[in-house]
Design a protein around this ligand. Sequence first.
Ligand SMILES: C[S@@+](CC[C@H](N)C(=O)[O-])C[C@H]1O[C@@H](n2cnc3c(N)ncnc32)[C@H](O)[C@@H]1O
Length: 211
Amino acid sequence: MNNQEQVTKYYDRFSKIYNLISSKRYYHKIRQFAINQLDIQKGDIILNVPCGTGVNFSYFNNYLQNSGKVIGIDLSDGMIRKAKKMIHKKEYTNFEIIKKDVTTLNESWRKSILNNEKFDLILCDLGLSGFPSWKSVIKNLYSLLKEDGKLVIFDFYIEEDTFRSKYIKFFGKGEVNRNIPEYVSSTYSDVTINQSFKKGDMFVATIIKTT
Ligand SMILES: C[S@@+](CC[C@H](N)C(=O)[O-])C[C@H]1O[C@@H](n2cnc3c(N)ncnc32)[C@H](O)[C@@H]1O
């Protein structure tokens, strides 16, 4: 079993208690900030990777009010089951969950989903510290955006080994020492970084697509 398969299996099991361990309250401040950065308008088409148990969905729908479309991507059946259950319970009609490896998202996938349209907004939350080939994931996500569209990323960036970095690595199975803020700042031209969350251990990067 390769590492990705192990991580997916882990999340299948972890999905049962994910919402307890990774509490909505713990991430509320950074999540709300990141979602504010998206500046969601009614009718927007939003991609959320990885969508996990659907923790962002109620935030999105506060702005969308059942308009537009949200596509959530995840690879774990367990996490997806929870997300679908929530959509059903809240009677959201504009949400779709797709089981897919984020490293395979590309232009031909976008066309198969949206035809000639592109995404207005993408939220990539607590994913890039765990994905393999994370730099190409960012590149591919950027390519799925329309011009002036926004890619908002939030995650951990902890350079040194600390209690928190070990805890997050243990439960999240990610590499929290990937310097994503530095990478996106040096790769894209319109980038805003806020590294003030969780005593500097978490960041929000907002990237606006330019031509
Ligand atoms: C820490 S959770 C974050 C979920 C959600 N964004 C949140 O903030 O609660 C990480 C998620 O990434 C998913 N994941 C891991 N590798 C993936 C991949 N290659 N493609 C899609 N999803 C993946 C896991 O199944 C898990 O649901």
